[in-house]
Structures are given as structure tokens and as C-alpha cells.
Design a protein around this ligand. Sequence first.
Ligand code: HEC
Length: 255
Amino acid sequence: MRTLPALLLSVAIAVGLGGAARALEEAPEPPHQQWPFEGVFGTYDTAASQRGFQVYKEVCSVCHAVKHLAFRNLEEIGYTEDQVKGIAAQYQVTDGPNDEGQMFQRPARPSDPIPGPFPNDQAARAANNGALPPDLSLITKAREGGPDYVYAILTGFKDPPAGFKVNEGMYYNQYFAGHQIKMPPPLSQTDQLKYADGTQATVPQMSHDVVSFLSWAAEPNLNERHRIGFKVILFLIIATGVFYAAKRKIWSRIH
Ligand code: HEC
């Protein structure tokens, strides 16, 4: 019988501590952004997704992989087959073994997964101050707040408030839990890159575009799903009308 109060006490302490830990970690809710892929009729903006791929390739890919994407998937955001071949050919991948049992390097093909920057997680941590840059191909699904959260992180690097001590190798970020992140601000100035389509590369623009690309990467079937959903709803409306008319016709004989 002595164990019950002890148990209750330990539960109370655990809950209390959990609450305290959460308060410490608390980050403001990411502000909501307008995304064209939201809502029942939402679709991806291919121009934004292509610009976002450019941002990923020129900036984020130094540290982050998108391991669930193969080059040929890029055709879904509007690149032609030849463009995809050209993009793939800029990368080297390891293949083999050949007849002598050796692994060898060759230019990537459209069917290859897009290679990440590091051979393994240990190498990724070693290059990033002990922190693992997470794979980005599912990140908009993996984090609460989704696209809004990723956008908020990218645009949330600020000077710390007076009295806030930022540890060495970390950066103040308004929206990261605990406000200190081991990612240096990846998008920090206008025209940091030159967009192929001439759009001006401001920090909010680049952030918006790369999040559009990553949202597509995390849910490539959304356009198709929305198209089918729309057809199903249309079908249900028509079928309801037909059944209603039939019901009236059948019952009219009884009155
Ligand atoms: C110099 C390396 C580097 C570059 C470049 C970089 N990141 Fe990161 N990123 C990191 C590291 C390291 C972490 C892990 C940080 C941590 O856990 O403190 C991270 C974490 C993240 C997170 C996860 C935050 C979370 O909730 O865990 C997102 C999202 C992210 N990066 C997006 C991007 C995007 C998008 C780009 C390109 C615009 C980019 N990063 C460029 C190193 C980098």
C-alpha cells in the first residue's frame, strides 16, 4: 500500500518536469504562409518548385540529402527528360563491382537516387559540429507545422535578445525549440544565387521556393490525389441527384 502514494508522487514529478522541459523548449508557433498546394483544389506551382530545387542544389545539398528522390522524379515538377539527364550527369555516383571486383565512379543516370553529401551519418555529424543535418525529402511531413515550420526556420535567424547566451557553434533561431540551432543561416542575403528564370532571389523568395520543392518531395502525389478527389466528389453529387430522382419516381406510385 505504500507503493501507491509513491507511484502517484513519481507520476506527479514526471508530469511536472515534462511541463518544465516543454516550457524551456517552447518556440513560437510558425506564422501561416499562403501555399498554392493547400486546400482541396490545391496544386504545386511548378515554377516555384523548380526554383526550389535550384536552391536545394546550390545551397542545402552541401549538408542535407533528399534520399527518397531519384533524378527522374524531377520530371513531375516540369523538367523535361533531357533536362533531367543533364542534371543527373552533373553528379558522380558509385557503382560496381566491375569484373575486377572494384567499385567505380560514373556520372549519374535519371534512375539513380539523388546522391547526398555524406557517405554516412557519422561523416555528416563530424562535418556539422556533432549535429546531424536531417534528410529533407520528408521534412515537411516530419515536423509539426509542416511547410510553415520549415519556412519559419529558414527565415527565423535573428540577433539573440539581450542577455540570451548563444553557445559556440550554434545560431539563434526564433522558431527552433530552445532557440539554438547548429545550422548556420543557409539563406542570408538577396541574390545569394541567381535564379535560372530571372526571379529576384530574396531570402523570403528562396525560402518559399525551397519549401515548395520540399513539400512536393514529401508528397509527390498530391496533384493527382486532388484531381481524383474532385472527380469522386463530382460523381457523388451526380449519383445523389440520380438516386433522389429515382426515389421520387418509385415512391410517387404509392401516394
Ligand atoms: C552547413 C550545413 C547546412 C546547410 C548548408 C543547410 N543546413 Fe539545414 N541543418 C544543418 C544541421 C547541422 C541541422 C541540424 C541542426 C540541429 O539539430 O541543431 C540542420 C537542420 C535543418 C532543419 C531541421 C530543423 C529541425 O526542426 O530539426 C531543416 C528544416 C533544415 N535544416 C533545412 C535546410 C534547408 C532548406 C537548407 C537550404 C536552404 C539547409 N537546411 C541548409 C546544416 C545545414
